[in-house]
Design a protein around this ligand. Structure first.
Ligand SMILES: Nc1nc2c(ncn2[C@@H]2O[C@H](COP(=O)(O)OP(=O)(O)OP(=O)(O)O)[C@@H](O)[C@H]2O)c(=O)[nH]1
Ligand SMILES: [Mg+2]
Ligand SMILES: [Zn+2]
Length: 350
């Protein structure tokens, strides 16, 4: 039976100074509302957060986290989340903007695109930005090469735009590219999370890697080529060679989360040009002496690339403004209740 150490604790620990504890380190491998599956020393157990963790802390465990837990009969109690070496987060759905951490302690983000007609350069760029801002390596996985209308053209396009990243062309039907992906990407003790639209084949790929049909998969609706969101929870799977893969539900809307750094790296060509703008704080919108606008006008920089950059930057700024506001409101609220509490203690004493 798999033990917690198989889930890469030694790999995780490297470079961290963890304090001694009588509690047991376990890895979160699945989450169902408030119940977690934990990889513990004697196998997989169910766990729950301690009351203290639930109420005193806004940060709750997510899949991939290492936690300190205490065995209690059939249920383990999670007392502490160990430091996250990395995490991916996005804007949570809904009206209020809040950060939603999707998965933690990742070595790579596998960005899965299907080549039937799901390929969208802009979407891939967004996922790359998400990975880079968190210092996680983006790995591009292009699936369903068996049904790609023009594979050579797509490969050229990918080579042109994404030559700084590792990319793999695979098919779960023809089995093309799978041995190479397994050899180079699914490395023992490393964790890779698969993301991408619904129906691109994330779960099918993991089933293949596990050599078992563990995860239900589903055909794409013929009419609009959209997936049906077959996978609804996030799970971490341990492969035979001790590499780990996290399956995610298809991501419909991907909010960038403070991706300034990531943006700059995706659009490195544009940022290089920006260094030659007359004003150091140039927004590249209408300023005189703007090297970016000049490059667009001369055709040196593609209009499409420029438009994508402006669009992503706007979204990112909007999100940042909204969060800054709600963070300020939260701090205010907290201070209000603390000062109330102090007043109450003071009153009772006198
Ligand atoms: N032609 C072809 N079909 C594939 C390939 N890989 C997966 N599929 C099919 O694509 C459909 C969707 O696959 P899933 O693995 O469920 O997709 P998913 O990304 O997990 O989707 P969600 O769980 O909804 O996010 C299934 O019917 C698979 O059989 C491939 O390489 N070629
Ligand atoms: Mg799935
Ligand atoms: Zn400029």
């Amino acid at each position: 039976m798999a033990q917690h150490l198989d889930y890469g604790f030694d790999h995780y620990k490297k470079g961290l100074h963890l304090k001694k504890s009588s509690l047991t380190p376990c890895r979160v491998i699945a989450q169902y509302n408030y119940i977690y599956d934990l990889a513990a020393p004697h196998g997989v157990v169910s766990g729950e957060c301690s009351g203290k963790l639930l109420y005193a802390n806004e940060l709750l465990p997510v899949v991939g986290d290492w936690v300190l837990a205490e065995a209690m009969n059939d249920l383990a109690i999670i007392h502490e989340i160990l430091p996250r070496k990395s995490a991916i987060s996005r804007k949570a759905a809904g009206r209020a903007v809040s950060e939603q951490v999707l998965a933690a302690n990742l070595d790579a983000l596998g960005i899965v695109t299907a080549l039937d007609n799901n390929y969208n350069r802009n979407r891939v760029e967004r996922f790359i930005a998400l990975a880079l801002q968190n210092n996680i390596e983006p790995i591009l996985i292009f699936n369903k090469t068996d049904v790609c209308p023009d594979l050579e053209k797509t490969k050229e396009e990918v080579a042109r735009h994404f030559n700084s990243y590792r990319s793999y062309f695979i098919s779960l039907v023809s089995r093309e590219g799978l041995p190479l992906l397994q050899k180079e990407v699914l490395v023992p003790h490393q964790t890779i999370a698969l993301v991408g639209s619904s129906g691109v084949g994330k779960s099918t790929l993991i089933n293949y890697l596990l050599k078992e049909e563990v995860i239900p998969t589903n055909a794409v609706r013929q009419k609009d080529q959209r997936g049906r969101h077959t996978t609804t929870s996030r799970n971490l799977y341990l492969l035979k060679n001790k590499a780990m893969v996290i399956d995610n539900p298809g991501i419909r809307e991907l909010g960038l989360w403070q991706a300034d750094k990531g943006l700059a790296r995706v659009f490195s060509e544009l940022e290089q040009l920006a260094a030659q703008c007359r004003y150091p704080d140039c927004q590249h919108l209408s300023e005189p002496g703007c090297a970016v606008l000049k490059a667009v006008a001369s055709g040196e920089l593609a209009q499409e690339q420029y438009d994508n950059y402006i669009k992503l930057r706007k979204e990112n700024e909007f999100l940042k403004r909204k969060t800054d506001k709600s963070q300020a409101a939260n701090t205010k609220k907290r201070w209000k209740s603390i000062s109330k509490e102090i007043k109450r203690i003071y009153k009772n004493k006198h």
